[in-house]
Design a protein around this ligand. Structure first.
Ligand code: MTE
Ligand code: LUZ
Ligand code: MOS
Length: 763
């Protein structure tokens, strides 16, 4: 158990950045002081979604006063390649354009306004090619990235023959714009001997470093990437920050001048990829007791024009195809289908939500056709310890049933159900819908190799401490958690500790801040570094107090011998250690033990542990307008032994609302030419304060937590987004309360007010 230390100015029971955030003191890329001579960049993006690039005319743009130089693919000294998993994505289009707004030319000018003006003067000759935006069409034409993946458990074919009920259907979920408050951006400064220093708004400093090194054709050690914090990433900067980093680096490298590029909102929306839309087929089989005996699914992922992280996202869709249910016979295949959209990418949940939407759709269809409540089927199939996941991992410390039962009891589901029924019996123009959403999310990068981290700790001679890790702060509070770790091990006040920027020169070869695993991986690496220094300090204390090191403990900045306070205080201890030439720095390393996965058999034990929870949704639909609100969302969530309840609650509320947005109101629309139509906040609707549920009640499940989690405090970043799927079904259920004859033709998220209205009055 970790205690929050609150005695000084720094209060680690809440996010240590809060004060700076609300007073405008936090520093983002665009806030960095600019050096004289800085060049500002703008991109000329493809005016069509697919075609052969014949020629580019830069002449008019080059004549514009203030334009320094314009770059195209042929200026790239290294590889014109930014693909993270598969090398299939040029930085600047060369012979072909694959998506609307694909970067073709890069303008560097004296000011941002001039750069943007010049970009508008560039023209390109492009022979158009057919544009595909639908993943099923791409699949039919054979446009798939990587190899299809198939997860199999038991024998679904045989099992279907024994099922009492079988249902088949289709479920589609849409994209989602990340809408981080800070747009993508980077700033490069040339240093000695061809080195570069880059400030980047990235979740993956090492990925940016590696990409730049490849594009420039120089070794990684010449590239230093530094990240202070992000104004949000949500997965959108796990891979897709690399392009902008490579652009500023390219310009700085070729001109020997500082170069800066911070995207404007609409350009960011048009040029960057989003959550992968999916189109899926399912077949579900139940026995007479509503046990799910067999499940088959085919997932068509819309990857966009390049692989980006889509193959990894595809994998996680399969890992979460059964949500929190035990299904003994499974056969599921997933295809990453290449279309002419901007490459889609990581988004909170990373393919998991897309997979879980499909099983929830299957259960909803089965229940409604059988005339029972989906809750009956959900409850009959919850995972318990010893059950096997389709990928071979055995459920351990499973909290699916405890969260479900606790939510029913604590929030009095029976009463909620009666209230909804009463309300619906007595109201014509308003109808309420109830839905439960259990969740299960695997914690670890599914690529086992990525589950490692390092930390570097310096204790300075005055007793202050500097902590560097591979963790990137992006609003999720990981810096606060890192500070808690260091304060816990050294038993010092939080004011003594500074969490440094994330820097590739201090901590190398990092995995991105992603997969909700950042606190676990970096926190455990940090603990390792702290204990090394602590062990040395105990030797110093023991010799000065004439005792043995195993009798020494540190509490409240004081050395204790056999649990009795001595006169030796932290600052004196550090000074003595320093004077005795003891090493006051340490590097810690952690790699998750026990995990493994074999892609040839698609079996293994990929996750350190799973996070569980259950949400109860009640929505109200206005049956005249088709609009809806959420009355309440009541959640029992498995935080393990939360090390920071305030931050974890914030993550839960934020993830929940982001999930509700994805499932209900956020609609990414590309027209048939592949052009983004929802490219501004006037046409892309994200949840505002009115869309937030009127009541959000989050209960922390009482549990021991997992030893694999930092201080047994489970990862919290992504799992709560999964609750959003329940919002979709609660709205569908309210519409059905008004129009019982209606069932969606297929499950098609988001359930926008337009779709609600169609459902309400469908005959
Ligand atoms: N919370 C905030 N405020 N901003 C973000 O960008 N990203 C989410 C989640 N919570 C995000 C956030 C995503 S996609 C992930 S994977 C995790 O935070 C990453 O951080 P963690 O590993 O420290 O949980
Ligand atoms: N990124 C990644 C992720 O590379 N692998 C993952 O498993 C993952 N999971 C969630 C979010 N990002
Ligand atoms: Mo989060 S999708 O792992 O960045």
């Amino acid at each position: 158990m970790i205690k929050n230390i609150t005695k000084g100015k720094v209060d680690t029971s809440r996010n240590i950045d809060s004060h700076n955030h609300v007073t405008g003191r936090s520093i983002y890329v665009d806030d960095l002081p600019e050096l004289q001579g800085t060049l500002y960049l703008a991109v000329f993006g493809s005016p069509v979604a697919h075609g052969h690039l014949r020629s580019v005319d830069l002449s008019a743009a080059e004549k514009l006063p203030g334009v320094f130089r314009i770059f195209t693919a042929k200026d790239i000294p290294g590889a014109n390649q930014i693909g993270g998993i598969i090398p299939d994505e040029p930085l600047l289009a060369d012979k072909e354009v694959h998506f609307h707004e694909m970067p073709i030319a890069l303008v560097a000018a004296e000011s941002e306004a001039i750069a943007m003006e010049a970009a508008k003067l560039i023209t390109a000759e492009i022979d158009p090619l057919p544009v595909i935006i639908d993943p099923r069409e791409a699949f039919a034409k054979g446009h798939i990235s990587g190899s299809p993946r198939t997860f199999q458990l038991g024998d679904s074919n045989k099992a279907f023959a024994e099922c009492a009920h079988i249902f088949e259907g289709k479920a589609d979920s849409g994209g989602q714009e990340h809408l981080y408050i800070e747009t993508q951006g980077a700033y490069a400064i040339p240093m000695e001997n061809g080195s570069l220093r880059i400030a980047s708004s990235t979740q993956g400093p090492t990925a940016v470093q590696r990409t730049i090194a490849g594009v420039l054709g120089i070794p990684m050690h010449k590239i230093e990437v530094d990240v202070t914090r992000l104004g949000g990433g949500f997965g959108g900067k796990e891979d897709q920050a690399s392009a902008w980093g490579a652009m500023v680096a390219l310009v700085a490298h070729l001109t020997n001048k500082p170069a800066k590029f911070v995207l404007h909102r609409m350009d960011d929306m048009r040029m960057t990829g989003k959550r992968n839309p999916y189109s899926s087929d399912y077949k579900i089989g139940l026995d007479k007791d509503y046990k799910i005996i067999a499940y088959e699914a085919t997932f068509y992922q819309n990857s966009g024009a390049a692989a980006d992280l889509s193959p990894a996202i595809l994998e996680r869709t399969l890992f979460h195809l059964n949500n929190s249910y035990y299904i003994p016979n499974v056969l599921a295949t997933a295809y990453s289908c290449r279309t002419n959209l901007p490459p889609n990418t990581a988004f909170r949940g990373f393919g998991g939500p897309q997979g879980m939407f499909v099983i929830e759709s299957a259960i909803h269809q089965a229940a409604n056709t059988l005339g029972i409540d989906p809750i009956v089927i959900q409850e009959a199939n919850l995972l318990k310890d010893g059950d096997v996941f389709p990928y071979g991992q055995i459920a351990k410390e499973a909290e699916a049933i405890s969260c479900w039962e606790e939510s029913k009891e604590r929030f009095d589901l029976k009463k909620i159900r009666e209230e909804v029924a009463n309300f619906n019996a007595n109201n014509e123009a308003l109808k309420k819908g109830l839905a439960l959403m259990p969740i299960c999310f695997g914690i670890s990068f599914t690529n086992t190799m990525m589950n490692n981290a390092r930390a570097l700790v310096h204790v300075y001679s005055d007793g202050s401490i500097g902590v560097s890790t591979g963790a990137v702060e992006m609003g999720q509070g990981v810096n606060t958690k890192m500070l808690q770790v260091a304060a816990h091990y050294f038993a010092v006040a939080p004011e003594r500790i500074k969490i440094e920027s994330t820097n590739t020169t201090r901590v190398a070869n990092t995995s991105p801040t992603a997969a909700s695993s950042t606190a676990d991986l970096n926190g455990k690496a940090l603990a390792h570094a702290c204990t090394q220094i602590l062990d040395r300090l105990k030797e110093v204390a023991a010799s000065s107090l004439d005792t043995s090191a195993d009798k020494i403990t540190l509490k409240n900045e004081t050395v204790y011998v056999d649990d009795i306070a001595s006169d030796l205080q932290w600052e004196q201890l550090i000074l003595s250690a320093f004077q005795q030439r003891v090493n006051l720095s340490a590097k810690g390393h952690y790699s998750t033990p026990t995990i493994h996965f074999d892609k040839t058999t698609e079996k293994g034990h990929p996750f350190a542990y799973h996070v569980y929870g259950t949400a109860i949704f009640v929505s109200t639909v206005d049956c005249i307008r088709g609009t809806y609100t959420f009355d309440a969302v009541k959640i029992v969530h498995d935080f393990g032994a939360s090390m920071n309840r305030m931050i974890d609650l914030g993550q839960t509320e934020g993830g929940l609302v982001q999930g509700i947005g994805w499932m209900t109101m956020e609609e990414v629309i590309y027209d048939e030419t592949g052009r983004l139509r929802s490219d501004a906040l006037s046409t892309y609707k994200i949840p505002d304060i009115y869309a937030v549920p009127k009541e959000i009640d989050v209960h922390f499940l009482k549990t021991d937590g997992s030893d694999m989690a930092l201080f047994k405090s489970k990862a919290v970043g992504e799992p709560p987004l999964l609750y959003g799927v329940g919002a979709y079904f609660s709205v569908i259920n309210a519409v059905r309360a008004f129009n019982p004859n209606w069932m969606p033709e297929f499950y098609d998220a988001p359930i926008t007010p337009e779709k609600v209205l169609m459902g309400l009055y469908a005959i």
